[in-house]
Each structure stands twice: as C-alpha cells, then as structure tokens.
Design a protein around this ligand. Structure first.
Ligand SMILES: *Cc1c(COP(=O)(O)O)cnc(C)c1O
Length: 452
C-alpha cells in the first residue's frame, strides 16, 4: 500500500508498545494485552476502496462487506463502517454485532451454510442481502419470498471447484467443499441456470474460494467462473437478471514481514485483466475481505514471566499462547507468527540472536508460539509482541485453562504522542466464574442418578 510502508507501521508499533507500558495498559498485573493500529486499519480500508474505484466506471455500485468473523469487535466494525465499508455476517451473533455497530441493512450481507428458518425470516424482514448456500435453503426462501415481500437482494453461492490453496482447512472451492452448489458436478450447472429462470427475484451470484493460502490467480479464476455463469444465466433469461456479483474475500496476508503484499490494487488489476467483463459497469460488485483488512494492524503484548533451559534449549514462558493463537499452536507449519522482543520499558530489545522457544501459559507441552526462534535472549520482565494478530487471533479467544480474554485497545501514534481507546475491556475472573455456571453451583445436586 503506497501510503503506508511497513516502516511507518513498525515505528507506530514501537511507539505504542512503549506507551502501553508507561500508561499501565500492560504491566506486572496485566501481563497480556492486545493493541490495534487505527491508522493502519483506516489505511487498509482506503486502499481497498481506491483499488476497486480504479478499475470500474464511476457510479458502479460496489459494497465492500467486511467479513465480521475476522474481527468480531463492535468498535472495529463501526470504524470500518465510517470508512465506507459494510459487513458480511454468518451467524446470529455476527449479525447482532453488525447491528450494534450501526451498520445499515443495505450494507449487510448474510452468508452461512446453516441459516435457520428464523434467521432467514429475520434477514428478509430487515432487507439484508442473503446468499443461499444450497437447494434446500433456496426452497425455504421460495416459501418466505412468497409469504411476504422483501427488499433483500438474494443470491446463490456457487463453488467453482477450482481447487485448494496451501491450507486445506481454509480452501472452500475444492471438489468436495461443504460450501455452495458444486458447479462442476454432473447436472449442477443446468440446475443452477434453471433455478434462476424459475426465480425472477434471484438477482445475485456469490462465490468465495477460500481464506489465506490461495494464490491470487486461483482467486481470480474462481471469480471468472462466477462471472461466466452470470453471463450464461442472463443470456438464458434474455435480461440482466443477475445485477450483482459477490466475489467473496480471501486476499492472502504476508505473515513474514511488515510489507503489505499482495495489495488490493494488485488483485483489482489482476481481475481487470482476467475478468474484464465483470468490471465494465454492467454488474454491481460485493466483496467480503476480512483478514487482509485487519491482520497486520493488531498485536498481542505479553510479559515474559520466567525463562529456563530444557535439553539445552532456552525457553521463555510468556502470557501469550493458545488462548490468543489457537491456529498457530495447533498448526504451526501453516500459521507461523512473527515475534518482536522488547525490554521491560518497552524498548526494542537488542543483542545477538539466540534460538529459543517462546511458550504460552497453558498446561500442555505444545503451547508454543515459536520454536527455536532467533531473538535477543529473553529475560523475565521483558515483553514479546506477537505481530500480525489483528484478524482471527486475539479476537477469537480459546478458553483453555480458563485463561482470561485480554483487553483490546486501539491506538494512534505520531509526533503528538500515542493515544489509546479501549475496544474491549479485559475479562475478569469474576466474569469467568459467572460464565461458567458460577451462579448455580448446586445445579447437578439433588437430581438423583446415584448408583444405589
Ligand atoms: C471467511 C469468509 C470471508 C473472509 O475471508 P478472508 O480470508 O478473511 O478475507 C469472506 N466470505 C466468506 C463467505 C467467508 O466465509
């Protein structure tokens, strides 16, 4: 992104870490906290809008619906909304978060492979765009649309079956993916065309080929497959029945350095080359980016509590582990994270690199954020910053060992200093008890069920 080099965001980060320790957002009594770079988030939103504005004629309707699952935090949704984005939601909880952020129904899209009848009725009542996942869901929509008029634009999700990226669990366009109508299966394409011809209210087409690990070319070929299908359907209908194509999200994030590559502009230019008809103004567009808008703008700051050696290897025991980085801990080869070392005052730590393990607080041996990682030798009272964790990490708490959800603070940093605002307060132990049946300790007593 031209306006925000990796150097600038790294400088803001260093400033914010020092200030967070000075102001006590993190300290001996609060040994883990999460920070979000508001300037970085705004910059990514601006870059996304600019990238697509540059490749479609002026006036083409484009809705960038942020995939709420990437950062389900209301103030983040609100910030992105102010930056001109909407929301893609996939559960009653995510819809409630988007509504709490004040995101209007016209800027909200509901996707999910398992929408209940109640969810569908609510969405149609509100006028939220709905993408049906499968023929059975479409049959439910038939009944609802006939029962009551709706202003909701309705689409169907197709799986172009273009293949997997490097992470199988996040590849949604494989031959046997659970998502959408599998377009290359026998008879499926004809069925889809007929489904549209039978339903004049079906005006959108949706595809999303996967998240992280998909090369841009593969993403673009999924989009091209959706575009070609839309052209075929509109040809068969003899009118522009499909007026909007939802191309999903999935722009991969670089977890290896501060550089924000690939950029939205790279992807938009590739689409302009590979699928020019999609961008010539005849179709409205919906996008659903998540990770690429937030990942690089978040970090977790965690204290080094103890250090030791085992089998000759230095180990730093910190307060950041599986509770904030479940994917990295359980699938380290797919989800490596960068770690930056700071001293007790939050200054970047200097010193020769020593290969060491960075461990979390959870009680199982695999709770490691990094193995054999070259870093200045960590000491008790130092801090580690777990970088690029703004999406799908600290906002996706995993309650192992009843470890508390860390607080999340947004920051701006510059010559005028660092300012913080609380996005989410840290979870207290009282809340942990309350959420764990703490008000009904006798619930299982007096039921009978004894052996005699
Ligand atoms: C997860 C998801 C997205 C967002 O994917 P990112 O990789 O975070 O950009 C978009 N659309 C759908 C349907 C999804 O499931």
């Amino acid at each position: 992104m031209a306006s925000d080099t990796g150097n600038e965001s790294a400088a803001r980060r260093d400033q914010a870490v020092t200030a967070a320790l000075e102001e006590g957002l993190a300290g001996p009594g609060s040994p883990i906290t999460a920070l979000l770079d508001v300037t970085g988030i705004r910059g990514s939103a601006t870059a996304l809008r600019a990238a697509f504005e540059a490749v479609v004629p002026a006036g083409t309707p484009v809705l960038h619906a942020f995939a709420v699952k990437a950062s389900p935090l209301v103030p983040v949704l609100r910030l992105l909304y102010e930056e001109g984005l909407g929301a893609e939601v996939a559960s009653p909880g995510e819809l409630a978060l988007a509504r709490a952020a004040g995101i209007r129904p016209e800027r909200t899209v509901l996707d999910s492979p398992a929408k209940t009848g109640t969810e569908l009725r609510e969405a149609l009542g509100l006028g939220i765009a709905v993408n049906a996942d499968n023929p059975q869901e479409l049959a439910r929509l038939d009944a609802l649309v006939h029962a009551a008029p709706t202003s909701s634009p309705i689409g169907l999700r197709v799986n172009p079956q273009i293949g997997a990226g490097s992470i199988g669990a996040l590849s949604t366009a494989t031959a046997t993916s659970k998502f959408g109508v599998a377009l290359r299966d026998e008879g499926a394409r004809d069925w889809v065309v007929r489904a549209y011809l039978d339903r004049p209210w079906l005006t959108r087409l949706h595809t999303h080929s996967g998240s992280q690990g998909l090369p841009l070319e593969l993403l673009a070929s999924g989009v091209r497959a959706a575009y070609e299908l839309a052209e075929e359907i509109n040809g068969a209908a003899g009118r522009r029945q499909i007026d909007t194509i939802d191309i999903g999200g999935g722009l991969p994030v670089n977890f290896a350095s501060d550089a924000q590559t690939p950029s939205y502009a790279d992807y938009a230019r590739l689409l302009a080359r590979e699928v020019p008809g999609l961008l010539d103004g005849r179709y409205g567009l919906v996008t659903e980016f998540g990770r690429s808008l937030l990942a690089k703008h978040g970090l977790v700051l965690a204290r080094v509590e103890y250090t030791k050696t085992a089998g000759g290897r230095p180990i730093a025991v910190t307060h950041a582990g599986v509770q904030i980085a479940a994917r990295t801990v359980y699938a380290p080869a797919s989800w490596p994270l960068r770690i930056a070392a700071y001293d007790a005052k939050g200054r970047p730590k200097a010193g020769p690199d020593v290969a060491q393990d960075v461990a979390g607080p959870a009680c199982f041996a695999g709770d490691l954020l990094a193995e054999n990682r070259p870093l200045p030798l960590l000491e008790p009272g130092d801090w580690v910053a777990v970088l690029d964790t703004g999406a799908y990490y600290f906002a996706h708490h995993y309650a192992y060992n009843s470890l508390a959800r860390p607080g999340v603070h947004g920051f701006t940093a510059g010559t005028e200093g660092v300012r913080f605002r609380t996005v989410r307060a840290p979870q207290s132990v009282e809340e942990i008890v309350a959420e764990s049946g703490g008000s009904t300790p006798d619930a299982l007593l007096g039921m009978g069920g004894g052996q005699e």
